[in-house]
Design a protein around this ligand. Structure first.
Ligand code: TXA
Ligand code: MG
Length: 310
């Protein structure tokens, strides 16, 4: 059910959960001050309680009540990339943020989204927690239709059209004196070099023994359609998640990520295509991961492999 900005504002202030557009993906929003709505976000998504939520703000001032101390380059990063698809994890004043939001951690993640509807809404409601508006484990939602497919046609959605980035924000975490990328996203690691003076290391830790990833979300299966995904060269007649300027074996049906020279369009289409596999009950598909190991392509490759459970 599509709702207006005013209705979204009223519902959130009343303690309800609504879907909100951002420039990356749709978010499932609850007010940071409404404990029951926050609990409902976890239960609607089927999200494990050890996976913390990002707090979305509209202005830098909305951050001040929560933050204990900010690491080097925090303000420079915020100035350069907010509003936009960057999330910063910082040490917080624990009493100021509900335990459920931060999954008991002494840090919290913050982002100032760039979508005008999201910003106007957050200006009116105050900080909102928003995980991606999809069932846990499934591909994120980049259109109102995707949200309705997961949560039903009666679910309240603030319609902001298609998300123009199409993949989630890049999450940065300050560790051992340096910022690290703990989730690849819409901003490529290269983007931060001019501010930081170094290339932020990408944390690729997978849980093993006592080593845990810095980003709890990386523990869980993600972005996955029901179809079995193959990453080798497609067989004749296969369904291929690939590119319109490439040639695949005879009889292949290509679900096109666009041109192999354009990662921006590929990102915009990614989740719609993964969802299409489910909509059409496709049981197996071949994914063309012959893409560069740089820039936004690195995010796309990571999402594609994770969609295949790898
Ligand atoms: O683009 C986005 O970031 C979207 C839109 C809606 O803003 N949101 C999003 O939220 O992707 P979600 O919940 O799907 O992913 C948030 C990620 C999770 O992997 C979570 O573990 C991580 O952020 N996270 C949250 N708080 C954290 C913290 N204190 N330390 C480390 N990772 C944290
Ligand atoms: Mg998510």
């Amino acid at each position: 059910m599509r709702i207006t900005l005013e209705q979204a504002c009223e519902l959130l202030n009343h303690g309800d959960v609504v879907a909100v557009p951002t420039e990356t993906v749709y978010g499932l929003a609850a007010s940071l001050t409404k404990a029951e709505a926050i609990a409902q976000v976890f239960s609607l998504k089927g999200r494990p309680s050890n996976n913390p939520l990002i707090i979305h703000i509209a202005d830098a001032e909305q951050l001040l009540p929560f933050v204990k101390q900010v690491p080097d380059h925090f303000y420079e990063l915020a100035e350069a990339f907010w509003p936009g698809p960057m999330t910063l994890v910082v040490a917080i004043i624990e009493e100021a943020i509900p335990e459920a939001v931060r999954a008991g951690l002494q840090t919290a993640a913050f982002r100032m989204p760039a979508h005008p509807l999201a910003r106007e809404l957050i200006r009116r409601t105050g900080p909102l927690v928003m995980p991606s508006a999809n069932l846990s484990g499934k591909p994120s939602a980049t259109s109102p239709e995707h949200v309705e497919a997961d949560f039903g046609g009666d679910f309240p959605v603030l319609d902001g059209g298609q998300c123009h980035r199409g993949v989630e924000s890049t999450i940065l975490f300050f560790d051992g004196g340096r910022w690290k990328v703990i989730r690849l996203g819409a901003l490529e690691p290269e983007a931060f070099v001019s501010i930081l003076g170094y290339f932020p290391e990408v944390d690729r830790t997978v849980a093993s023994g006592d080593k845990q990833p810095l980003c709890p979300g990386q523990l869980h299966r993600h972005y996955a359609p029901k179809a079995k995904l193959h990453f080798d060269f497609p067989i004749a007649g296969a369904v291929v998640v690939g590119f319109e300027d490439r040639t695949y074996p005879v009889g292949c049906r290509v679900l096109s990520l666009g041109s192999s020279a354009d990662p921006v369009v590929a990102a915009q289409r990614l989740y719609a295509i993964l969802r299409q596999l489910d909509e059409e009950n496709i049981v197996e598909a071949w994914v063309d991961v012959n893409i560069p190991d740089e820039g936004l392509w690195v995010t796309l490759k990571e999402r594609l492999y994770r969609a295949g459970g790898m």
